[in-house]
Design a protein. Structure first.
Length: 183
């Protein structure tokens, strides 16, 4: 999510647009990029859907509640980066940037190195592979505060929780306390 957020904000900054009010809201950032670049901004429907889905997970950026994935997120991220980064370049008023990008990723790709190996490993966009084998596994993860809600009061002393998550666990604690007092 942070990578997509940074690319969208970079596009806006290269086009001299304010990003202060965006926060971590990548859906709002995408809409602002679209309205800034108008018809010159083209990304696939799949990438757009990925960005909106990723933005929906944004409220869970610190793993406060359950998360699941279909296992294709890294492929989708690679595609989103590939499509977004071409708009991350300084442009003059009325001139659309064309031609090859000469950025850090191109520098990494230009010579053998551990960074290059990591960049191209199973990357359909930066690698040179025609076929890459992926295993699609659904993954579900639960943070400790959901598995053991009784630890929330202790976690709340040392970890920042968003208002909705904090409210959820305080309500659970209140219900638990009222249930105990009835018995």
């Amino acid at each position: 999510m942070q990578a997509v957020e940074k690319y969208l904000k970079a596009i806006l900054l290269y086009n001299r647009k304010d990003t202060k009010a965006l926060g971590h809201n990548i859906a709002r950032a995408l809409n602002k990029v679209r309205s800034t670049l108008d018809s010159t901004f083209e990304i696939s429907n799949a990438v757009e859907k990925f960005i909106y889905r990723l933005g929906g997970q944004g409220v869970n950026r610190y793993f406060e509640h359950q998360i699941n994935t279909d296992g294709l997120g890294l492929l989708e991220l690679d595609e989103a980066v590939w499509q977004l980064r071409k708009y991350c370049r300084a442009v003059r008023a009325g001139v659309t940037a064309k031609g090859p990008i000469d950025g850090r990723l191109e520098e990494i790709l230009s010579k053998p190195s551990p960074a290059r190996a990591n960049l191209i490993w199973k990357n359909l966009y930066f690698g040179r592979y025609k076929k890459i084998r992926f295993s699609r596994r659904i993954k579900i993860a639960n943070p400790s505060n959901f598995i053991f809600p009784e630890i929330f009061p202790e976690l709340d002393k040392v970890i920042y929780f968003s208002k909705p998550v904090r409210k959820h666990f305080l309500c659970l604690k209140e219900r638990s306390n009222s249930a105990k007092s009835r018995h």
